[in-house]
Write a protein that binds this ligand. Sequence first.
Ligand code: ADP
Ligand code: MG
Ligand code: MG
Length: 883
Amino acid sequence: TKWVYGFGDGKAEGTAGMRNLLGGKGANLAEMSNLGLPVPPGFTITTEVCTYYDQNGQTYPDGLQGEVDAALETIGRITGKRFGDTQNPLLVSVRSGARVSMPGMMDTVLNLGLNDATVPALAEASGDPRFAYDSYRRFIQMYSDVVMGLDHHAFEEILETFKGENGHSLDTDLSAEDWGQLITRYKALVEEELGRPFPQDPHEQLWGAISAVFASWESARAITYRRLHNIPNNWGTAVNVQAMVFGNMGSDSATGVAFTRNPSTGEKALYGEFLINAQGEDVVAGIRTPQDITEAARIAAGSDALSLERAMPEAFAQFTEICERLEAHYRDMQDLEFTIERGRLWMLQTRAGKRTAKAALKIAVDMADEGLLTQAEAVMRVDPAALDQLLHPMIDPKAARDILASGLPASPGAASGEIVFSSDDAEEAKAAGRAVILVRVETSPEDIHGMHAAEGILTTRGGMTSHAAVVARGMGKPCVSGAGMLRIDYRSGTVIAAGRKFSQGDVITIDGTTGQVLAGEVPMLQPEMSGEFGRLMEWADGARRMAVRTNAETPADARAARAFGAEGIGLCRTEHMFFDGDRILAVREMILSDSEEGRRAALARLLPMQRGDFSELFEIMQGLPVTIRLLDPPLHEFLPHGSEEIAEVAEAMGIDADLLRDRVASLNEFNPMLGHRGCRLLVSYPEIAEMQARAIFEGAVAAAKATGAPVTPEIMVPLVGMKAELDLVRARIDAMAEAVSRESGVTIEYQVGTMIELPRAALRAGQIAESAEFFSFGTNDLTQTTFGISRDDAASFLGAYQRLGLVERDPFVSLDQEGVGELVEIGAERGRVTRPNLKLGICGEHGGDPDSISFCERVGLDYVSCSPFRVPIARLAAAQAAL
Ligand code: ADP
Ligand code: MG
Ligand code: MG
């Protein structure tokens, strides 16, 4: 096996493609050398050595030593120096580099090879003793800290004391002799603290640093980071040893970092910072204020510190050219590190630069326009999940933030408004044209109207899957949940935050992207849907196979979804249309009456409202498919609570309140999730299905008349487990279609289908498909029923499951492809055997999750359906899945 790969002098033994073996940094150093760019010569010890080291009691493979010595010889030949030489010493840096950049790994050690004998030689060769002794003391400090574990503060204290004793205030005041005295003190500190002298032998220094890099792979910090980011332990890290170049050799030397494009806006302009007469990390350390690289950036920043463009025009011109070359070569925005030694430019690192979602979008589209990428490649470059950042208003990054509390970032985006503590107040304020934030301990289904009316929702209790969080995400409203440090007092209408009291009507801002709660109204930036965003989406639409629909029941949601590019409604949950004021009373009457007659009377009051709802939805979604799910109520959510509500309903029904209370009690279920819901309710009360079918068909007739375009409703029966259930409900729907056709003289095309959300339905899909023209996989319930866990109760143990690694991701957020996914596959396959043109879709939170969408593509579903604000994410994810 070859353990060491050299680079430099216009060639290299490795390439960019060898990232796994050489790590990201080593592979790119090799690639830059191969491109003939000025890279200080060096070599990379492979990740395989790291694995060997870990598995063999921290020892090295035979042959490594020889390869390292040979590689050092080569560097010496190229540079004309020798490692450990007391005339012309070669100094090196030792740099770690895993496949992916990883905090927790050993910091870089610079100036290695300096000792009491080589430092005078460096002083002589450079003609700058001050530089030589400064470099040596930096090396002692860095090496002691990074390799020997001696905290750097101890050295800084010595330096401060020394400066005090000698009346110096700046490091630059110190002479070569001063540094020499400090070096004596530094070495004494090492000996005192560690009981052994600072290593003088350059080879001992080198192997100490190499071992420290490999050992840092197993450091607690690195292990934790790997666990959190799913990085396998056996990847290992590489070590790069490279000839030093010096940015601290006077005013014609410098060091800096740059991006080939602006990483926050994506603008095509070189962007970066540098320092004159500085070394390595001085730029990021923030000791001195770095200067802008380009004149344009300097002017924009209003700075009067010299730009690199002005200070060193030749090196700048060469650097700009290299940036362009590297970007074209890697076909991506690069993040670069460089050093200029006495006017001569050296490249020390290049890699794909991190960027914001906005920048990612702009860079991908621009690069396609520039011919650097194909449109398909541009589509692949943008992370769909990151689009979420762009689809909501966000707090202007320049705005001042008066933070009152922080909770969980439950639903992204930011909103400002007056505090209200109840959903009724929210509705009232909204009707009066005022913006409000609904502030609650927690929310329940009865708060739907208040959540609709509010600009944002803030709760003090509950997690990422609490009612408030789930509903807010569905509505695309900002939500901060579980802000536990807030104290709400409903009675006095106040909330205490950070020791300050806020009352109903006071304005606050919530940031659902970060979880922050802020005082007052904070300036916002609005989402930008046109421009690059629109163009990338167009390319994505051209590439995808699956359609993207939305889950929507209100006109506002349906309109928003169309604006986001939804191609129909995949799930209209009719029970959500019943929570509003008047309606809930009629629904309660219907549920609570003990006769069909009573139920029909209540349903008759609901019919015109439903008809209106549907015709409006059909009109908005003109020409696009609309799937309407018949009533699937968790019954308990509709029941009146407390004596006041019971009295109100009793009066409306004309019955005794006590009698009603008994009936409410009798409807109470132990497991509502597995209770009298879905088609079970339609089986026991078929008149509900009839009313809804009538409303759908009459709404379709009305919409067709209004728009002149035919409407083809898709009627979906929920929670079917047996074909016989579907048949029973279907018979009522078919009969109603005929009745409405007869009455209106209009023939209505429609389809009847079912949700597949019970394991039995997936298993019996072949039979069910005899009666269903489409299936929609209701993966929320299918996850509950497959795992046998309730979504509302899962929070108490899923956290531990995730921590222990039993499940990787919350199965309610990202589809469990192995288990629940197998049922989806079975259902799709068996259904299609019976009915080859069976339409297949998925609804529920998974329809907007990129990983789950890629699964849907594999299984061959026809569409995914998700909440309006996730439609663009789904469009992009579906395209990536198809490409
Ligand atoms: P990180 O991975 O933390 O960026 P690096 O290995 O890139 O660590 O090293 C940090 C900095 O150290 C570099 O940006 C560069 O300024 C400096 N550096 C590393 N190697 C050399 C070298 N051979 N000559 C001069 N400076 C170097
Ligand atoms: Mg670096
Ligand atoms: Mg369901």
